[in-house]
Design a protein around this ligand. Structure first.
Ligand code: SAH
Length: 349
């Protein structure tokens, strides 16, 4: 195999950094041997810390109302085709009860930026979950809020926060979002979350319209700067009722390579093999784990709302009960020699 590529991969691994030139070369690898090598290296790095354990998080998609209008997203406010819903507190606690039985020890509450869920309501939900399940971690993924709000959720018991930065390039950010949103604010939110003491996750879509090697390089530099505990990446997938309906989706190959590159730079980071990756390829999540990812996030949302949380088209698992997803995941992971861990799945230093 190409010795130059091998030596770049080793350098990236040792320096925990990458140059634009190196990134270009790694993203251009297209021979089987090269792709295999980078993914194997990433898996080895990951196994040093996490062994053959895959960490699971139970995802509860609790509202698809959103005040934002991101061009890529199926639940953007201008999408009049979206069938809007909100879960009640009782429904969410039922999801947790079901999830707890199934071995989940961390719940991720994700939703659009929905004004109905005031800070008081969010705090009430978080403390109700923590009260019942004190051995579980609660993760919020509800967008951009003030530092005061983040602090309140944290004091109510929230442990982690996911807020993908989407792209670290100013001009690219503008292509993906309307005027009223800004990269500076999104980044500020991430710094605020970190300062408050959350375990923080950032991330981006692979193959979003206008993404280039240069913007990806900026993503990787931003991740190095922020040093998050988690990095969520998955392919962009077009959604038919958005302005990006006709844009090409990201590819599995690029996503796998980027997962591997991120793993090489961040040996300990929590890295999910996302539902979007499972959507563009039937074995996407398994291949994600076999490229250095170590987290999966099966859906715990009630089956009757799953179809409605449509960030992108053809989303998988919308017809399955939580228990089916849980066991399906266990079997998928077993098939590649991994075990699903019944634990909070904390970051390991
Ligand atoms: N409102 C929350 C949660 C957003 S949904 C927030 O702002 O963080 C979670 C992630 O789904 C987004 O951050 C985005 O990266 C991803 N997403 C949205 N639309 C998508 C699409 N069409 N294809 C793939 N991923 C998408």
């Amino acid at each position: 195999m190409n010795e130059e590529i091998k030596s770049i991969i080793n350098k990236v691994k040792q320096s925990r950094n990458i140059s634009l030139e190196q990134l270009k070369l790694l993203l251009e690898i297209n021979d089987d041997e090269g792709v295999h090598f980078i993914r194997e290296e990433a898996v080895k790095v990951c196994q040093k810390t996490y062994g053959n354990q895959v960490l699971i998080r139970g995802l509860i998609e609790f509202t698809n109302f959103c005040k934002n209008d991101c061009y890529y997203c199926g639940i953007r406010r201008s999408n009049s085709q979206a069938d809007r819903y909100r879960l009640t507190k009782e429904q969410m606690l039922d999801c947790c009860a079901n999830g707890y039985e199934l071995g989940f020890r961390t719940f991720v509450l994700q939703g659009g930026e929905d004004g109905y869920f005031t800070d008081d309501k969010i705090c009430d939900l978080v403390s109700a979950i923590k009260e019942k399940y004190s051995d579980c971690a609660v993760t919020l993924s509800i967008g951009e809020k003030s530092k005061e709000s983040y602090k309140r959720y944290f004091d109510a018991g929230a442990d982690r926060y996911l807020l993908r930065h989407e792209t670290a390039d100013e001009a690219h950010y503008k292509k993906l979002h309307p005027e009223e949103m800004s990269l500076a604010h999104r980044k500020q939110c991430l710094w605020d979350l970190k300062e408050i003491g959350y375990q923080v996750g950032c991330g981006f879509m692979v193959g979003s319209p206008g993404q280039t090697v240069e913007t990806l390089y900026e993503d990787l530099q931003f991740i190095r700067e922020l040093q998050p505990h988690m990095v969520g990446i998955g392919p962009f997938i077009s959604q038919k009722d958005t302005p990006f309906a006709d844009k090409a989706s990201g590819t599995m190959e690029q996503t796998l390579k980027l997962l591997a590159i991120i793993r090489l730079i961040h040996p300990h980071v929590l890295l999910p093999a996302t539902t979007a990756l499972g959507t563009i390829h039937p074995k996407g999540r398994e291949l994600g784990i076999l490229s250095g990812a170590n987290v999966v996030m099966p859906n715990l949302s009630p089956v009757n709302v799953r179809e409605k949380y449509k960030l992108y088209d053809n989303k998988i698992c919308t017809g399955n009960e939580a228990a089916e997803c849980r066991y399906c995941m266990e079997n998928r992971m077993k098939s590649i020699g991994y075990e699903v861990a019944v634990s909070r799945g904390d970051y390991i230093e």
